[in-house]
Design a protein around this ligand. Sequence first.
Ligand SMILES: Cc1ncc(COP(=O)(O)O)c(C=O)c1O
Length: 425
Amino acid sequence: MGSATRDNAFTYVNGALNWCDADVASIAQRTGTPSLVYSSARIRSNLETLRACAAATNRSMGIALALKAAGHASIVKSAMAAADAIAPCNLLCEVMSAEEYDLALALGFSPDQIVVNGLGWQRSLIEAIVAHPPFAVNVDNVSDCKRLSQCALDHGTVVPIGVRIVPSDAAMFARADEKMGIPEARALSDIAEIKSLPGVRIEGVSFHALHRCTSPGQMGAAAKNIAQQIAQLGLADSIKYLDIGGGLDYRVNLCPTDVAMRTFADEISMAFSAFPERVRLIMEPGRFVFGDAAIAATSVATRKQSATKNWLIVDAGTNLLVPIDTASFTVHAAVESADVDSFDVADGICSPTSVIASGCLLPRSTREGDILAIGNAGAYAYALSENWGYAIPPLYLLEPDGSLMLARSNREARSAYMRHWGLEG
Ligand SMILES: Cc1ncc(COP(=O)(O)O)c(C=O)c1O
């Protein structure tokens, strides 16, 4: 595995942009533009890094891929194949709805490899949980738990559950979604009520409080806070698992070396040191596994100047690269130049968020037809893609031998677009 795959995915070799040991111009030539290209090697390398981090905690840790971050079966299957090759791995799958649960089964995960999160559970999801207890079920609130309890009771069974709680100092954490989890102020009464319900038994605690986290200290603070709450709630003796959620940043931003990831492992170990070794860990990575594992290969359609800016209008749309605040796309020219200027890169549709990236330093000579690679395009791209303006581009997997596997063709993408609009594809 080359160093480009291991550390930073982009390098220039003799003036030509390389990504994951492949020449970007040649990728774009073979796939056409726009296209979304995942590197199987990078997905594998990201999983290997997580696996090493998990091993360093000295506890058994299940890695549950956050399905929502992937968006296409081929991407998940690439991760599953990589995980199979990294022994011992036991890849799990994190889902939030009945539809995601069914997807996980269709992808080949068995119920005991599924971690269920979410809230406002559909009846069919509750029935699936009761019929085949998943690897973990994290309850978000008393109401969902009552419905689960009733269904378990109807079937004469008891379902082991985890409870999702929230670190008390929410301001410390980048994204505390007030909707999610049991807040500290309610925890004592809500957990007492859940404990009193028949048909469910608390065996775990989960939290997902971080967002694009790059700080082991922040992860450690959240985990320490959760450990304290577990003690206060009298759950310490019944706990069999601790689910630390997702929320790591793109690996490319986060760990040029594995030493940095080791620090995450150390922080988690320290925070949970009071729990016996049999208490296992679960993590639910999304962005870390898929985020920097894809590029959008795109061509410049138009170069223009507004009152204050240079613009490059490209053929990849924000219908795929949804530039929400959770994304951070990087733009790279296929050909290196020392003479650069600042450009904003955008698509040709007028959505309020149609700027893919601002202030990109790109060759001053960039013009129509030039190839660009947009990095960090792999997480929540297909999953959040919008079916308007542009068709969602075709999808490829770049294999370690340099071959490109077509996972979703241009024709499929275009007919899906037409069908979405109620027309024959
Ligand atoms: C419960 C839960 N787990 C895991 C994830 C994955 O998060 P990330 O992609 O930031 O790792 C999410 C994302 O929203 C989530 O809600």
